[in-house]
Design a protein around this ligand. Structure first.
Ligand code: 8YV
Length: 319
């Protein structure tokens, strides 16, 4: 019987599905990653790995995995996997696109709204007993409707964010490797250079994947180009941003605020400098985290594994 190793405790229904056909072993914790030594030990006789973003799949691991046929990553991003190495070893990689698009766009837009309308500060204001009377500019924030949103990385999630922005009658700019004529028709979106996007947007939303080209692409120079009234939202990958440059831009009033789902190094601790800033909204990488979507992601990983180990085509292969 072929063996599947699952690197985090998942839904019982998923494990039951896989156990009907395969020998399944699962790291028994849902809140901490499998230690590297354990992963290396487990992979030595595994035919499939169901991995999380916190697991590094690299040359060292693959050398120790002679039977491995598939790595099914529970995320649309796969920057934790050395694609070239995996391909060299003839192993198939799958990810979880589409099923998480709308949920991640919801969270991205929530971050934008929460930052602009100072929702966290307002909630804390009441909880801390500060609400004594009404006042004209009490917790006055920034408008969202009719403003300009600039989306960096116009893939499926970027387009789903643009669709939400249209509901708020926003102007949509975007910057991505190749223009998206469909998005231009549907949202009247304008493809612009990164500099133009930064200079003209009231909300800069980063959804770019992490690659050699995008690592550190937003630094001091880019934040300096943004309007002082603009907000920066990141629901893509932390290392696309130079975090110390972002902190300086926020501290020096070069930008108005930020909404962040992702960070340079995750998890961040409660004494992280970003958390000392009242104009920052931070959430712990929960973009795709609705119950239904996380289940759909797990199911897609299990289905991909079932297909590949049974000699069928994978459903969502990373090519
Ligand atoms: C994942 C994500 O849930 O899909 C991605 O790329 O960032 C999230 O949706 C997270 O990475 C957990 O693996």
């Amino acid at each position: 019987m072929k063996k599947v190793f699952v690197t985090r405790k998942l839904d019982d229904e998923i494990i039951d599905q896989l156990s009907q056909h395969f020998k399944v072993e699962e790291w028994p914790h849902d809140d901490r990653p499998v230690p590297r030594e354990e992963l290396i030990k487990q992979v030595s006789d595994s035919h499939a790995l169901l991995t999380m973003l916190s697991d590094q799949v690299d040359a060292e691991l693959l050398e120790k995995a002679p039977k491995l046929e598939i790595v099914a990553n529970l995320a649309v991003g796969y920057d934790n996997i050395d694609i070239n190495e995996v391909k060299k070893h003839g192993v198939i990689i799958t990810n979880t696109p589409d099923v998480l698009t709308e949920t991640t766009a919801d969270l991205t837009f929530s971050l934008l709204m929460t930052a602009a309308r100072r929702m966290i500060e307002a909630d804390q204001y009441i909880r801390n007993g500060k609400w004594q009377s009404w006042s004209p500019y009490l917790l006055a924030g920034s408008d969202i409707h009719h403003k300009t949103i600039g989306i960096i990385g116009m893939g499926n999630i970027g387009q789903a964010v643009a669709r939400r922005a249209k509901g708020f009658e926003m102007d949509v700019l975007y910057h991505t490797r190749s223009p998206k004529p469909k998005a231009e028709d549907e949202f009247n979106a304008k493809h612009v250079s990164l500099d133009e996007l930064l200079e003209q947007s009231d909300f800069v939303v980063c959804l770019a994947p992490l690659t050699k080209e995008t690592r550190g692409m937003l630094g001091a120079e880019q934040f300096a180009r943004m309007k002082t009234s603009a907000f920066f939202i990141n629901a893509g990958r932390g290392p696309v941003v130079n975090e110390s440059a972002l902190i300086s831009a926020l501290q020096n009033g070069e930008i108005a605020g930020a909404g962040l789902d992702v960070f340079e190094e995750e998890p961040i601790s409660s004494d992280h400098p970003l958390l000392s800033l009242s104009n920052v909204v931070a959430v712990p990488h929960i973009g795709s985290s609705s119950r239904a979507t996380r289940f759909a992601m797990m199911k897609l990983c299990a289905d991909n594994i079932e297909h590949v180990l049974n000699g069928k085509e994978p459903i969502t292969e990373v090519r």
